[in-house]
Design a protein around this ligand. Structure first.
Ligand code: GLV
Ligand code: MN
Ligand code: MN
Length: 413
């Protein structure tokens, strides 16, 4: 199907204006902006003749009811980071929509159900939850999040209530038992594909990620009269943590560490900061390194608190171990890329994805398309139409292939 007949460009532009200005997009869990994007998708699913629902966890699910057996599920997410771009997650959902549109247009009849999902709250920007929707979809226990409070001070339960959802009903979003396998197209979010001239890439595995909310408490006092050696400056402690984690990651070489959000109390230019809350994101692709990250964070925060005479609270916010993608789906994706004559490769992902959660329950596969300039989680995020098309074509072909097989063939059963 020539790209000229694709709806993708139009859909990307339309969606980017929901919670966004075109480039800079803000859609967070349970906000009117993300709910509007979900409604927009709901309407597109209806137009394609799919059975659409928004489940109790806020996931938008469209079902092409056809054939028998476990469904092939394809999807990604519509929520964003603060001031995010137009493509992270959205391109995966819209490519899946376009693939289904093409399959319908060519008169294809799936021999098994084909489902599409836009998972809620993949990024965790508001509640540091991350992959809330996909975790609910696979039936994982999220009751521990009951007391979680968002960065805007609104409790998760209340945010859900305001959005007309009910936290107690989240377990009813479980639908994994009807799914055979999962596929996700995503932008690479790094520079490698462009540098190597790759049109598409098979994802081999996804990095493990841990998140923490840290509170350091010292003593609020006067900036001019408190002797330097007597201060208990919480921001000085946080600064130690930021630099120590960065140094640890630099010297390890195979881990990353990031502090991307910090709040200072009381926040006066002439006041010694008495309390600081900040969020740590640490990652490793290797399982042993991933396990060791917990100790690294604990010892780094403890050392900084001791040095500055502070108290420290460390609350783990989320945890997703390193995850391999299914070998058979990797093979299938690679075969399709080779058959299409693409310059393609295989690579691991330094970004976390819903595929990581799905892979804990069913075979999961991912493919990447290039990110222009390697830019992501930023308004500059861009993947040109000609950079998208090879991946969309591969996704369409793999879905056609998987849905041409009888229900028990792949996978489950
Ligand atoms: C999601 O984009 C992540 O990598 O945190
Ligand atoms: Mn992201
Ligand atoms: Mn994403």
């Amino acid at each position: 199907m020539p790209a000229a007949t694709s709806k993708l460009d139009q859909w990307i532009d339309e969606l980017a204006l929901i919670g966004g200005t075109g480039d800079r997009v803000n859609r967070f869990a349970w906000t009117p902006e993300l709910l509007a994007a979900s409604q927009w998708l709901f309407a597109r699913l209806h137009e394609l003749g799919l059975v659409a629902e928004i489940d109790a966890a806020g996931n938008v699910v469209g079902r092409w009811v056809s054939g028998a057996g476990p469904a092939v599920l394809v999807g990604s997410h519509l929520d964003t980071v603060p001031d995010g771009g137009r493509f992270d997650g959205a391109l995966g959902v819209l490519s899946a929509l376009e693939a289904i549109r093409r399959l319908k247009a060519e008169g294809f009849q799936p021999r098994r159900p084909l489902w599409i999902a836009a998972f809620n709250d993949e990024e965790g920007a508001r509640f540091s939850t991350t992959m809330f929707g996909s975790a609910a979809f696979v039936g994982e226990d999220l009751s521990g999040l009951r007391a979680r409070v968002g960065i805007d001070g609104v409790p998760l339960k209340e945010a859900m209530r305001q959005a007309t959802f009910d936290f107690a009903k989240v377990p009813t979003a479980r639908a994994i038992d009807l799914v055979g396998c999962y596929l996700e197209l995503h932008i690479e979010q790094g520079p490698r594909m462009e540098a190597e001239g790759l049109s598409a890439a098979v994802v081999t595995g996804i990095v493990g990620v841990r998140g923490y909310r840290v509170t350091l408490r010292g003593q609020t006092n006067h900036a001019g009269t408190t002797p330097m050696e007597e201060r208990r400056d919480a921001l000085a402690g946080a600064s130690r943590v930021v630099l120590a984690l960065r140094d640890a990651a630099l010297s390890a070489g195979d881990i990353t560490a990031n502090v991307g959000r910090i709040e200072i109390e009381p926040g006066g230019t002439n006041v010694v900061p008495g309390e600081v809350v900040f969020f740590i994101d640490v990652r490793a692709a290797d399982r042993q390194r991933f396990v060791a990250l917990d100790g690294l964070v604990l010892s780094t925060v403890t050392a900084a608190a001791t040095a500055e005479r502070l108290t420290a609270d460390i609350e783990p916010t989320h945890e997703h171990p390193p995850t391999m993608m299914d070998a058979e789906l990797q093979r299938l994706l690679g075969e399709e890329m080779a058959a299409a004559g693409l310059v393609w490769g295989s690579m691991s992902s330094g970004a976390a994805h819903d595929a990581q959660v799905l892979a804990r329950h069913v075979p999961a596969g991912m493919l990447f398309v290039p990110s222009h300039g390697g830019s992501s989680h930023a308004p500059e995020e861009f993947t040109a139409s000609e950079q998208r098309e090879p991946g969309v074509g591969i996704l369409t072909n793999v879905l056609r292939d998987l849905c041409s097989r009888s229900g028990s063939d792949y996978a489950r059963g």
